[in-house]
Design a protein around this ligand. Structure first.
Ligand SMILES: O=P(O)(O)OC[C@H]1O[C@](O)(COP(=O)(O)O)[C@@H](O)[C@@H]1O
Ligand SMILES: [Mg+2]
Ligand SMILES: [Mg+2]
Length: 333
């Protein structure tokens, strides 16, 4: 097999589609390098003293794990001096992080969930990093939160790294989705899957069933019909998987199809769902659509949502497009 590195792939893409100018390529390479560093930390586990809880809470009121903080710092540090960014924003930081004046600035803005699936860190189950790249608005002065308030359809790149049995990087720049596997001996990302496609049909769903009693009627109806199997209205049996790391659940869906759901529920109406639009829903929706799948909040396409705050949460239904259409349809009636 001819080995194609991440850099070779990005250069080739620029030649073919003219969508990855050198600045963006360098930015993606820096993010990929940071993910490699995070992967090393994750892999050390107890030996690197990276497991367990820190003494702090993040802006969402969630207790931070040591690896949440370590990963956030790795991404900040790697990207600060590259010269490609105007500002960054992270799930783990209350406000945006403009590039300090001592460094050169660029025209992109980077958003990330530095460590996704935090509840799985200490039990050695797959976790990941999710990132999204936006263009800084034309003529932008000192960056503010308002500059980040762009719909997901404006993303110029999005991706995730999954730290599992293998470390992989899945990337889209708007021309399909490709997957790179980290060659741990060589330290390089090697293209291992081109043009990933999510089958339109599936018999596998992913949802945290323990919340069922709190769901709104459309979600309840949809899942009850799946659970009814071949004796119910769907006339077929469905299987369920829930890893509790969005990255790992989405990675499975990219490989063999499925529908992933994290709905809003009746418990706290001020919190529309758990997942964050800017760091989780938007980048994953971009990737899923680029792989032929669909992503909605039950009512509209996630990529069309106009954000109003950095840490905004949204309901998420994504994956195989026929199933996303069914559950989205149940929300219309
Ligand atoms: O614990 P629950 O309610 O099943 O939630 C699991 C979901 O929460 C998340 O872990 C949220 O991500 P963080 O770990 O980045 O907070 C998703 O990855 C996952 O899908
Ligand atoms: Mg997350
Ligand atoms: Mg996180």
């Amino acid at each position: 097999m001819k080995r194609i590195s991440l850099t070779q792939y990005l250069v080739e893409e620029q030649r073919l589609h003219n969508t990855i100018p050198a600045e963006l390529r360098l930015l993606i390479e820096v993010v990929a390098r940071a993910c490699k560093t995070i992967s090393h930390s994750v892999g050390k586990g107890a030996l690197g003293e990276v497991l367990g809880t820190a003494e702090t809470e993040n802006v969402q009121g969630e207790v931070q794990k040591k690896l949440d903080i370590i990963s956030n710092e790795i991404l900040l540090e790697a990207n600060e001096w590259g010269g490609h960014l105007a500002a960054m924003a992270s799930e783990e930081m209350e406000s945006i992080h403009p590039i300090p004046n001592r460094y050169p600035k660029g025209e992109y803005m980077l958003l990330f969930d530095p460590l996704d699936g935090s509840s799985n860190i200490d039990v050695n189950v797959s976790i990941g990093t999710i990132f999204s790249v936006l263009k800084a608005p034309e003529g932008m002065g000192e960056p503010t939160e308002a500059d980040f308030m762009q719909a997901g359809s404006k993303q110029v790149a999005a991706g995730y790294a999954v730290y599992g049995p293998q470390t992989m990087l899945v990337l889209t720049t708007g021309h399909g989705v490709n997957c790179f596997t980290l060659d741990r001996e060589m330290g390089s990302w090697v293209l291992t899957q081109r043009d990933m496609q999510i089958p339109a049909k599936t018999k596998e769903f992913a949802i945290n069933m323990s919340n069922m009693r709190h769901w709104h009627p459309p979600v309840k109806r949809y899942v009850e019909e799946l659970l009814a199997g071949d004796t119910g209205p769907r006339g077929t049996n469905f299987n369920m998987r829930w890893i509790a790391s969005m990255v790992a659940d989405v990675h499975r869906i990219l490989n063999r199809g499925g529908i992933f759901m994290y709905p809003a529920d009746l418990r706290d109406t001020s919190m529309p769902g758990k997942l964050r639009l800017m760091y989780e829903a938007n980048p994953m929706a971009f990737i899923v659509e680029q792989a032929g799948g669909a992503a909605t909040d039950g009512k509209q396409r996630i990529l069309d949502i106009e954000p109003h705050k950095l840490h905004q949460r949204v309901p998420v239904f994504l994956g195989s497009r026929d199933e996303v259409a069914v559950v989205t349809g149940y929300h219309q009636g």
